[in-house]
Ligand binder design. Structure first.
Ligand SMILES: CC1=C(CCC(=O)O)c2cc3nc(cc4[nH]c(cc5[nH]c(cc1n2)c(C)c5CCC(=O)O)c(CCC(=O)O)c4C)C(CCC(=O)O)=C3C
Ligand SMILES: [Fe+2]
Length: 341
């Protein structure tokens, strides 16, 4: 496994051949992601990295550890990132690197390699499309932490949840899920978009005037609905709540929503994520599917963007845009109740 990771630390020979045509000012692309365990022994150390200083109760942590252990201690997120990197190599025009916040290959190690390779300025593509502390600001913090003297300048690409490439990929996958339901005789599905719940205090400080995480998700959902061609009722609900029970998080939870809805059938659309990682395959495909089964509610789940060709092309289009201005430091601060890491 680790030897496979080495390949991502090396320059891609195919891309190097084309190095004369730099993409704008960038001479590399860094895919910056969350990271996930790759075996049973990785699970707890990974989770401890995720929640360091975050006030997540131990019981919640052990419960989530069981989700990972039920899949052999392996999160699908790393293989999905490897697949994304492979899909990006032919279109990026520059060498592609991959590093994570919470697990190997760590961003720190990859940036050291980029420096050794002589990279001067890299576009950073975060595997998180929207505004907010966890989804955006924390990636800026990662970039500040992993940057080294004499190493590459790291420029984070903008939010892309409303980009036509992301929307087209989600619309294609949603259409496929609708067709699966229609084949079983259910052509009346309600679109139920889901995203990671966050503490209400975090939602209120997302973006310069607050609420930007939710507003961007709603806009993205609306665009996906429009791309499907006909007016269809939709909802935005939340999943994967964490944190102590007394702290309010965004609601309703997807499972509570399913119990209350009068929809005859539903397609779950995980608009808040870019790959079918653990939050998707456990919280939706395991938990929500079980609830739907108990209710006799026909349900399909749309795939996330993953390596959809239009989504992959979007990354290159982001690199071709004028360099994004960094969001101001007052944008998406950690919630006040959060202890500083
Ligand atoms: C907004 C958001 C996204 C979407 C944007 C993005 O994609 O970045 C996201 C993605 C992800 N979240 C993930 C995993 C976890 N998130 C946790 C905890 C938390 N997430 C939060 C928010 C988000 N998380 C928050 C506010 C917490 C509370 C702790 C804190 O304030 O930081 C915990 C701790 C245990 C628990 O309580 O669940 C785990 C294990 C994985 C990896 C999945 C895999 O392994 O396949 C991914 C992609
Ligand atoms: Fe999370």
């Amino acid at each position: 496994m680790r030897s496979l990771d080495r390949t991502y630390l090396q320059k891609d020979p195919r891309a190097s051949r084309h190095r004369v045509c730099h993409v704008g000012t960038y001479d590399a692309l860094l895919v910056l992601s969350f990271g996930g365990p790759e075996g049973p022994d990785d699970v707890l150390p990974f989770l401890e990295n995720v929640v360091r200083g975050r006030g997540v109760p131990r019981e919640r942590l052990l419960e989530v550890a069981e989700h990972y252990q039920s899949f052999g201690g392996i999160s699908p997120i790393n293989q999905q990132n490897r697949d994304l990197v492979e899909a990006l190599r032919p279109v990026a025009g520059v060498p592609v690197y991959w590093g994570n916040r919470n697990w190997h290959p760590f961003g720190e190690d990859v940036v050291r390699q980029m420096k050794a390779d002589g990279v001067r300025k890299a576009a950073v593509f975060a595997t998180s499309a929207f505004a907010g502390y966890s989804s955006c600001r924390q990636y800026h913090e990662d970039i500040a932490r992993i940057s080294v003297d004499g190493g590459p300048e790291l420029v984070k690409m903008r939010h892309y949840g409303e980009h036509p490439g992301f929307v087209a990929a989600m619309a294609d996958h949603t259409r496929a899920a609708l067709e699966w339901l229609a084949l079983r005789g259910h052509d009346d599905a309600r679109l139920v978009f889901t995203a990671h719940s966050i503490p209400v205090s975090m939602a209120e400080t997302a973006g310069p005037s607050g609420g930007l995480y939710e507003a961007q998700l709603r806009r993205s959902a609306e665009l996906v609905g429009q791309a499907l061609g006909r007016a269809r009722p939709w909802d935005l609900v939340w999943q994967s709540r964490s944190g102590p029970p007394q702290v309010p998080w965004l609601e309703p939870d997807v499972c509570d929503f399913l119990r209350k809805t009068d929809a005859p059938s539903v397609v779950l659309v995980p608009i808040g994520f870019v790959s079918d990682h653990m939050e998707v395959i456990y919280d939706l495909d395991t938990e929500a599917r079980q609830v739907a089964g108990e209710l006799g509610l026909p349900m399909e789940r749309a795939s996330t963007a993953g390596t959809h060709p239009r989504f992959v092309r979007m990354v290159r289009e982001l690199m071709d845009e004028p360099e994004p201005r960094p969001c101001p430091l007052t944008c998406c601060p950690p919630p006040r109740s959060r202890p500083q890491a």
